[in-house]
Design a protein around this ligand. Structure first.
Ligand code: VAH
Length: 316
């Protein structure tokens, strides 16, 4: 059976539905804590409230449900983490340590989402290599690079089959992200459809790697299904699908909504976070080792997002 922590979050919600589609509804336990689960999750299959900082509760779910794979998505994101660094460390690090300890004891496999945030100033910003300098300047990035190292340690020391990806900004239309720096790339679609205008909190020229959620979900599942003998790397594969600036995203939206306009009221905190991240990663290791290949580029993502959000807002 599969456990998804953070199952009520932006990635967790769609990942749970995709895993249930692939492995069967009863095979996937959705564990959430901070947010109420969407009806799609609770109506469909097994779910529970779980604070990953509670090791005993985590063990109880894993032993009680016969969990053999853990997709560990529960975490605090970059911008909100800067406001609450100690809580971010507690959730992101103690939560992961509990998951790895349970995985060691109950022989579970683990998926851990790292991020472009695991890089920082001093990392080559273009064609960022798979193996390079990682000195993140945000507490979120520190928890991500530490998480990559901890997963490698549990694999090397205890044989835990832990694997992970360095996700770029993720764009989705099911559940809003919670407190990230790349959230502008989701918020802009709702604003474009509702008001025809979006006031962006990042500068117009802030280029960042991005990926559409269907690709992010497919990448996680493909990595976890890959023959381990094919993996040279394990935790923190660079993966990306596109790289754009707010101005470029706005221009693509204007092809569909000609009257759409964008303004800029820069948030210094989130601008500083974005400026510390790479512009475009080299994901050739993922493409070579487990045949990673995105399906959505910028035009494809924008068309699909607008179609879903128009439908969502029109149906109330
Ligand atoms: C954030 N969406 O903004 C997350 C992600 C690369 C960005 O880690 O914090």
């Amino acid at each position: 059976k599969i456990l998804v922590t953070g199952a009520t979050g932006q990635i967790g919600t769609e990942l749970t539905l995709a895993l249930r589609e692939r492995y069967g509804v009863e095979s996937v336990v959705a564990a959430g804590y901070r947010r109420e689960p969407s009806s799609g999750l609770t109506q469909a299959g097994p779910h529970c409230s779980l604070d990953v900082r509670d090791a005993a509760a985590l063990d109880e779910v894993i032993a009680g449900q016969g969990i053999t794979v853990i997709y560990h998505l529960a975490a605090m994101l970059s911008a909100v983490a800067e406001d609450q660094p100690l809580q971010a460390w507690d959730i992101n690090m103690n939560g992961l340590l509990n998951v790895l300890e349970s995985a060691r004891q109950y022989r579970c496999r683990v998926f851990f989402p790292s991020s472009i945030a695991a890089f920082g100033p001093g990392t080559p910003p273009y064609n960022t290599p798979q193996d390079t300098v990682q000195h993140p300047s945000t507490i979120y990035g520190i928890t991500k690079v530490t998480g990559e190292l901890l997963c490698d340690y549990y694999h090397r020391r205890y044989g835990v089959d832990a694997r992970g990806l360095r996700y770029p900004g993720l764009i989705s239309n099911q559940v809003l992200p919670g407190g990230g720096t790349t959230d502008y790339a989701v918020d802009i679609f709702y604003a474009a459809v509702k008001q025809g205008h979006y006031d962006c909190f990042l500068r117009a020229d802030t280029q960042l790697d991005m990926m559409y959620m269907p690709d992010a979900i497919a990448a996680a599942m493909l990595l976890m299904e890959t023959d381990p003998g094919k993996l040279t790397h394990r935790n923190g594969f660079n993966v990306t699908a596109m790289s754009f600036t707010p101005a470029q995203l706005a221009a693509e939206i204007q092809k569909h909504l000609p009257g759409f306009t964008i303004g800029y009221t820069v948030d210094p905190l989130r601008q500083a976070i974005a400026d510390s991240w790479p512009r475009h990663m080299d994901d050739s290791a993922a493409r070579a080792e487990w045949v990673w290949q995105p399906s959505f580029d910028l035009p494809g993502m924008v068309a699909d997002m607008l179609a879903h959000i128009k439908a969502k807002l029109c149906n109330g």
